[in-house]
Design a protein around this ligand. Structure first.
Ligand code: FPP
Length: 248
């Protein structure tokens, strides 16, 4: 994106008051495809392009972390052909985009239980995390086979084990410690959640981390979400009075 275009799109935005961390629930790929008489998988393909564009814009605007919900623990219940397509799409995208993302300073992290995913996909995931590990421009968390309740259960088990081994006292368990046992331990909590396609739900996404996150819902289907829609979300965010339970 050229400097000219960047300044056009960011007009009216307070670049000093941007969220540090944006989380996105990329909903509406299927409905987008249906509305155009296309197969659902075409919606996912277009959705992947949108994610690429939004990641680039977040990076250009100086947002430090983007977390995208790509596949939930519940999504295994979709038709087998759709699940297979998504797995192939994730793997193909990683292969195709890794070099460019690395050059742009993107640090990729997959959050979720990766163990049931196809072996070749897991290999690509671990490889991309290793290659980009030291990149600092933007942290890109991709939630795949992710469920927030399961993440919390996993953290509880790990903490309980430490207590059982005498390595941790129950008194030392506080909010900070629990955060350290979540997949997102290296990221601050999201400041802004964007959900596309009009649904008003959290869908088991980052339940612990989003205690004080501002929520923005747009009717737009994810494949049609674009930088100017992102700007609308940011303008809305900048008008919020974030009190974190206190009085302003
Ligand atoms: C929700 O729309 C979308 C998904 C479950 C898949 C999201 C995946 C992508 C956008 C591809 C991203 C690629 C990478 C590499 C992370 P839906 O299918 O639930 O839509 P619907 O509610 O209209 O049916």
């Amino acid at each position: 994106m050229t400097v000219q275009l960047l300044s056009d799109v960011t007009t009216n935005l307070d670049l000093q008051k941007l969220p540090q961390h944006i989380a996105v629930i990329m909903d509406g790929n299927g409905r987008w495809a249906k509305s155009k008489g296309l197969p659902r998988i075409e919606g996912h393909r277009r959705g992947a392009n949108t994610l690429k564009e939004i990641l680039r814009v977040c990076k250009d605007w100086g947002i430090k972390t983007l977390t995208a919900y790509a596949f939930s623990t519940e999504n295994w219940g979709r038709p087998v052909t759709e699940v297979k397509f998504l797995m192939v799409l994730f793997e193909r995208l990683l292969r195709k985009e890794l070099t460019e993302m690395d050059e742009e300073g993107v640090c990729i992290k997959f959050i979720g239980d990766l163990s049931p995913l196809p072996e070749s996909l897991q290999q690509e995931m671990y490889h991309s995390m290793e290659v980009t590990n030291n990149n600092k421009t933007i942290q890109f968390n991709v939630a795949i086979n992710y469920g927030s309740r399961l993440e919390i259960v996993k953290a509880c088990k790990a903490i309980a084990q430490k207590v059982q081994l005498g390595e941790l006292s129950p008194e030392a368990i506080d909010e900070n410690l629990i955060s350290q046992y979540l997949y997102t331990c290296s990221s601050p909590d999201p400041d802004l959640l964007i959900r596309t396609s009009g649904e008003m739900r959290l869908s088991n996404f980052l339940l612990w981390q989003m205690a004080y996150t501002e929520i923005y819902v747009t009717e737009t289907f994810w494949p049609d979400f674009n930088p100017s829609e992102l700007k609308q979300a940011l303008l809305s965010y900048q008008q919020r009075d974030r009190r974190f339970g206190k009085v302003s």
